[in-house]
Ligand binder design. Structure first.
Ligand code: SF4
Length: 287
């Protein structure tokens, strides 16, 4: 599928959270509208594709709109939004990003996320959660290492399984080994790293997988599409090809009971460093 790239100027960039994310942080921040990873494995069940305000009728994965004045607007909004967040919630916490990936290939052209990280270096939030599905985040090693000294920073890298292929579905935009390597490098830089196993997909060797995560990350978060996709009983995801592919690989994995089977294995491999669902995304890990 071809990807239509365009630019826009926005009037607001810091969005006060609601729903699932409101338990996690005070604000979300999207450098792009749309996501070119929408054509890869994670895009199959990506909940953002159901947001008509955001897709405006275009197919998910077919467009990317760069918000080229995002850094300028961040500076304009920072003082007011930080004041509101600290008064109402006790901390100014940004999730970067929940409806796109900050390090899409288009970032090499537009640089919006890099400019935003510079803006945050000048005027940091209290907490910054960087969420990505790829290893393009490594282009920002220096800025992230600097930010780790200015705020509470965690880089969350999604690695949903130890498998790169799901039957009948497109491959991931970045393979499992490359994402592990990105985690290892950032961790070595002294940046807080969390692996988000979300949505949880069939794992071939769970013990080995979580031991590997334990060596390259501070923590991990496990979230099943049931309870994690923002719809009752995972109804949105059930309308996609993901559950059938999960069942073909591992019968029972499309049910929530699979998460309950995996969590104890993860906790045995990473005691005190495993979070589940929303609490995990909020940084609460249990033994
Ligand atoms: S990277 Fe995130 S926003 Fe983009 S398609 Fe994948 S899950 Fe959706």
């Amino acid at each position: 599928m071809g990807i239509r790239a365009s630019t826009t100027r926005v009037r607001s960039i810091l969005t006060r959270t609601s729903g699932y994310l409101s338990d996690v942080c005070s604000h979300s921040l999207q450098p792009y509208r749309g996501c070119s990873f929408g054509n890869s494995l994670c895009g199959v069940a990506c909940y953002v594709q159901h947001n008509a305000l955001l897709t405006r009728g275009e197919a998910w994965g077919s467009f990317v709109e760069a918000r080229i004045n995002a850094a300028e607007i961040y500076h304009e909004q920072h003082a007011r939004e930080a004041r509101w967040a600290r008064r109402e919630r006790g901390a100014f916490e940004i999730f970067f990003s929940s409806s796109t990936d900050p390090f899409l290939p288009h970032e090499a052209t537009y640089g919006v996320s890099g400019q935003l990280l510079d803006a945050m270096l000048a005027e940091p939030p209290d907490t910054l959660i960087v969420q990505t599905h790829g290893d393009g985040v490594l282009r920002e090693r220096e800025r992230l290492a600097a930010l780790a000294g200015r705020c509470s920073l965690r880089v969350q890298i999604s690695i949903e399984s130890d498998l790169d292929a799901m039957p009948g579905l497109p491959p991931p935009s970045c393979n499992v080994d490359r994402r592990f390597r990105a985690a290892e490098i950032l961790h070595g830089d002294g940046v807080g790293v969390v692996i988000t196993v979300s949505p949880l997909l069939p794992i071939e060797d769970p013990k080995r997988f979580f031991e590997r995560i334990g060596r390259v990350a501070d923590a991990c978060v496990i979230d099943h599409y049931i309870g994690g996709d923002g719809s009752k009983g995972g109804a949105r995801t059930r309308r996609t090809g993901l559950p059938a592919a999960m069942e073909a690989l591992l019968p029972g994995s499309s049910e929530l009971a699979y998460r309950e089977e995996i969590v104890p294995i993860a906790r045995a491999a990473m005691p005190g460093r495993v979070g589940v669902s929303r609490a995990g995304f909020a940084g609460r890990y249990e033994a």
